[in-house]
Design a protein around this ligand. Structure first.
Ligand code: BJ8
Length: 438
């Protein structure tokens, strides 16, 4: 929060519990300072992302409130299968609602079994404790029938969220029938958005929306490519932050800011300036999404002296890979392209999910990684169960894998550190990263 702006009246109007919200912001500020601001040799243009994080419950929320006052709808979602393009086409604003904090767990466990993943508990906790201004600022909250945990949790959440709520029916196979289910879901979603906003989706507004989101993704692809340099010009933590802000910020401003960051990183690469010396152990993280403020594992990894150079994650390359073909002339053609792009997302809720392991290996090769750390949230059946399959395939390709299951608490930090240190040590002892081997 800037010193001159008092957002408390706004938070109060949004129905937040100010005392609990103060406690959350204090913890968030402390963690951010410890994890991000303590890093050395950060790119100067990360200042923008520091500002965004400082204002994440302030200025950005005010923008959403102002957008609503100006007649735009605000739509919140929990998953990269919810297409931002459709929200933008009707002139709306789309925000990510996933929560990455160990907050309100006790309240959440009044409704959820203890053995529910931390991500689901977290968005229940944020809602029940009234500390999420994003949910409060939404006209519509959208869930999706992905994993069993989410799909059953949404049945309860629908009554708790206090906003209009809908669930997209999702396929779980990569088949023709699966694609048809996704298309049906997107048509239903488009109809709901048109109804809510009073704006009809046309080829013109959908083309413009596709271009806006493609531009965001292109900027993220550029960032991903720059991280392939050795020495890498940006820490994994800072790159993760950009991936996290992807879901909150105004799209145009975000794209510009990532491109500014990339301009600076290009210079660093040309001058061989890195956040760690050339030859540092390089890690790719694969697995569950890391929502703000889940920085635990990356902070541990980079504290060992290794550097994270890529993320096979929905808050990372799984979420940003592939563009939508915006060349169609009709809404029908553009919708088909939209479905094609999203249907390729290789989330572990699909069974089988044959492209995720090769994709992870490809990221590791492109990033010249020495190893992959697979991150699964405890009680996340899709990612935990897919982990051994992914490990086998990636190791067959010559890249060692460490599998870790954790949650949002800090209880296992030292245990995780010990395992990560041993893995990084093992990788240090090995030869070149995979892409350097013949
Ligand atoms: S497309 S990864 S954002 S569903 S961690 S709630 S899977 S039990 S978040 Fe996800 Fe969409 Fe897939 Fe991506 Fe369930 Fe696992 Fe919890 Fe998860």
């Amino acid at each position: 929060m800037t010193e001159t702006t008092d957002y408390r009246p706004m938070w109060s109007e949004l129905g937040l519990d100010l005392d609990k919200h103060d406690a959350l912001l204090a913890a968030l500020g402390q963690a951010y300072g410890d994890v991000f601001l303590s890093q050395e040799n950060r790119p100067e243009t990360m200042g923008y992302f520091d500002f965004v994080m400082g204002e994440i419950h302030g200025l950005r929320v005010k923008e959403l409130v102002d957008a609503r006052a100006a007649g735009r709808i605000v739509v919140g979602s929990f998953c990269v299968f919810v297409p931002e393009e459709l929200v933008l086409a009707v002139g709306g604003v789309c925000v990510g609602l996933c929560a990455g904090a160990d907050f309100g767990t006790e309240a959440a466990e009044r409704y959820l079994p203890r053995n529910t993943c931390a991500l689901i508990k977290s968005f229940f906790g944020f809602t029940l404790e009234k500390v999420c201004p994003y949910i409060s600022a939404c006209d519509l909250v959208v869930g999706e029938n992905t994993c069993d945990g989410k799909k059953k949790a949404y049945e309860t959440f629908a009554d708790l969220v206090g906003r209009e709520f809908m669930v997209l029916d999702m396929p779980n196979t990569k088949s023709g029938e699966g694609r048809a289910i996704l298309k049906r879901a997107y048509l239903d979603f488009a109809a709901r958005l048109e109804n809510l906003s009073g704006v009809t989706i046309t080829a013109e507004n959908l083309t413009a929306a596709i271009e806006l989101v493609n531009a965001k993704r292109r900027a993220m692809h550029r960032l991903a490519r720059l991280r392939q340099a050795d020495p890498t010009p940006i820490s994994g933590l800072d790159a993760l932050l950009a991936n996290q802000v992807f879901f909150y910020d105004d799209p145009e401003r975000f794209t510009q800011s990532v491109n500014n960051l990339c301009d600076e990183l290009e210079k660093r690469v040309a001058q061989k300036v890195g956040v760690a010396p050339a030859g540092t152990v390089r890690i790719v993280i694969s697995g569950c999404p890391m929502a703000v403020p889940n920085w635990k594992l990356p902070a541990i990894v980079e504290s060992t002296g290794a550097v994270i150079v890529g993320e096979e994650s929905c808050i990372g390359e799984r979420g940003t890979q592939n563009l939508v073909d915006g060349s169609g002339d009709t809404v029908g053609e553009l919708m088909e392209s939209l479905v094609d792009r999203y249907f390729a997302v290789d989330c572990a809720v699909f069974t089988p999910n044959p492209t995720r392991a090769p994709h992870t290996l490809q990221i590791a090769k492109d990033c010249r990684a020495h190893g992959v750390i697979h991150f699964a949230l405890q009680f996340c059946a899709p990612y935990q169960m897919e982990a051994p399959l992914l490990e086998r395939e990636v190791e067959k390709g010559g890249v060692p894998v460490l599998r870790l299951d954790t949650d949002y608490s800090t209880e296992d930090v030292e245990q995780l550190r010990t395992r990560v240190e041993a893995f990084v040590e093992q990788l240090r002892g090995e030869s070149e990263p995979i892409a350097h081997r013949s």
